[in-house]
Design a protein around this ligand. Structure first.
Ligand code: G1P
Ligand code: ZN
Length: 545
């Protein structure tokens, strides 16, 4: 077998964002060696690849298969001992994380741009996960970026394309390439965590029903196997189940706007007990009851409070964590359980150390991400199965579970307002304008609220002591409320300003309000301080969740 060393020119813009390198698909396809350069930069930064295992797969979006063929040849040239590749090039992000852990792989490459639209005019992405199964921490991604700016050659094995659809072994030189079923191992793991026996009884008897919207993305085969085949939900319980290269022209982001088919069903007559959706690569989730939306922040809190009902969490939780902009609902559960609650910057990678060190069991973000120590990524289908387990074990509908939770712990009204696609200068201008006001805010009064603190969030990792600064401007208010402002780190064009608005309401009699109305004063204050509308010349946010 021959290994070719090919010359290449470095690119200045291969800096990984919140979750790997994401660009327009055309950039990957048209800029010479754009993919090869980044993959080689990663391989160059990894120690001792010889004989090690590398997990490979993606969310099935356009260019997934083609990119995978290139990566396989480069991994062979890099000297990996074994490549575990999902059949058809498919692996959900959580399933890849599990495979890395189960097989003690050196790491994995996941091809995905998550919830961003796919297709030739959409987005493509690639991220590296390390041996704990989690996203590469910044010390890795910084090294990849540095290497990508100086790279001058890459190595590739001269071997034919692999048949990605045929399960089995394809040995090349010292490398064993194994095409594996993408669902098997993941399905086994779920069966260990949840009460499949009781869930099967409830679903197959029709006592509990479910509708899972796979949004034509990667979770279709996972949900079909687990919900319909293993748990006996009637055929058709999983909708939009076939993974398509362009996600059927849709935007595979599980929220009230994009998961429309599901939302219509859940707010219509004859809605099933539980509605749920997942995103492009299967790590996000949205949970709905009949005519009821569960905010991701509340979902994390309700799961934490009911975790003991699932066999995998019966021993209790060691601790919980949430990203800083996520609502503080879970903090109250942690307090009641007498366990620690950690506040991390945005992005799943910050949970990795806490999970590895055994400091937390559950964690989540407001951006439809929930997970636990079973893998090192957030996990969409896992969250859905967890909810199903809780619904079956308590015999209560979703809405009752959440309302009773608010009665016990109080309600954190919460909303995020996004200004998408504004130009970078304008977005930075808004942040600078806010930043300049921060020192003078504490002590000032705005209507019913008094500012108790204002800062730029900085995180000191309690495990390795590393400091991550500049993670979002926060304004804390009394009575308990909060405004947070930050710029997105996952976009591929322009900038997105995210404004997070939260208020705690202890009074049960006031738990039935519309969220935007309950937060109206704070939304107004956010605008007064940021001038987001005026500066971006917009009528308002493009997305409200
Ligand atoms: C967004 C979410 C963040 C999540 C990330 C990857 O990042 O806000 O919570 O971890 O996507 O799914 P952002 O665009 O805000 O940087
Ligand atoms: Zn995702």
């Amino acid at each position: 077998m021959q290994i070719e060393i090919r010359e290449t020119n470095a690119y200045p813009d291969q800096k990984p964002g919140t979750s790997g390198l994401r660009k327009k698909t055309r950039i990957f396809m048209q800029k010479p060696n754009y993919l090869e350069n980044f993959v080689q930069s990663i391989f160059d930064c990894l120690p001792e690849k010889e004989g090690k295992i590398l997990v490979l797969g993606g969310d099935g979006r356009y260019y997934n298969r083609q990119a995978l063929q290139t990566i396989i040849k480069m991994a062979v040239a890099a000297g990996f001992g074994r490549l575990l590749v999902g059949q058809g090039g498919i692996l959900s992000t959580p399933a890849a994380s599990h495979l890395i852990r189960k097989h003690r792989a050196l790491g994995g490459l996941i091809l995905s741009a998550s919830h961003n639209p796919g297709g030739a005019d959409g987005d493509f992405g690639i991220k590296y996960n390390i041996d704990n199964g989690g996203p590469a921490p910044e010390r890795y991604t910084d090294a990849f970026y540095r290497r990508s700016k100086e790279i001058s050659e890459y190595r590739i094995a001269r071997i034919p394309d692999i048949d990605l659809d045929r399960i089995g072994e394809h040995p090349f030189g010292d490398t064993r390439i194994q095409i594996i079923d993408p669902v098997d191992d993941y399905a086994d793991l779920m069966a260990q965590l949840f009460d499949f026996g009781k869930m099967r009884q409830a679903l197959s008897s029709g006592r509990v029903s479910v509708c899972f919207d796979a949004m034509h993305a990667v979770t279709g085969p996972y949900a079909k196997r687990i919900l319909e085949q293993e748990l006996g939900a009637p055929a058709g319980s999983v909708i939009n189940a076939a993974p398509l290269e362009d996600f059927g022209g849709g935007h595979p982001d599980p929220n009230l706007t994009y998961a429309k088919a599901l939302v219509d069903k859940m707010y219509g007559p004859g809605a099933p007990t539980l509605g749920a959706a997942s995103d492009g690569d299967g790590d996000r989730n949205m949970i709905l009851g009949r005519g009821f939306f569960v905010t991701p922040s509340d979902s994390l809190a309700v799961l934490a409070a009911n975790a003991h009902l699932a066999p995998g969490y019966r021993q209790g939780l060691k601790g919980v964590a949430r990203s800083m902009p996520t609502s503080k609902a879970v903090d109250r559960v942690a307090e009641a359980l007498g366990i620690p609650c950690f506040e991390t910057p945005t992005g799943w990678k910050f949970f990795g150390n806490l999970l590895d060190a055994g400091k937390i069991t559950l964690c989540g973000e407001e951006s439809f991400g929930t997970g636990s120590d079973h893998v090192r990524e957030k996990d969409g289908l896992w969250a859905v199965l967890f909810w199903l387990n809780v619904v079956v074990a308590t015999g209560k509908p979703v809405a009752d579970l959440v309302r009773e939770h608010w009665q016990r712990f109080g309600r954190n009204y919460y909303s995020r307002h996004d200004y998408e696609g504004i130009d970078l200068k304008t977005a930075q201008g808004i942040m600078e304008h806010l930043r300049s006001q921060m020192p003078a805010l504490p002590g000032r009064t705005f209507g019913a609220y008094k500012v108790s603190a204002a800062d730029d969030f900085s995180y000191t990792d309690p495990v390795d002591g590393s400091v991550t600064a500049g993670q979002g401007l926060r304004i804390l208010l009394e009575p308990e409320a909060r405004l947070v402002f930050r710029l997105s780190g996952t976009g591929t064009e322009g900038a997105t300003l995210r404004i997070y608005i939260e208020r705690f309401e202890p009074d049960t009699a006031k738990h039935g309000q519309d969220t935007q109305e309950a937060l109206a004063d704070l939304i107004e204050l956010a605008e007064k301080l940021s001038e987001a509308k005026a500066r971006s010349r917009r009528e308002g946010p493009t997305v409200i969740t």
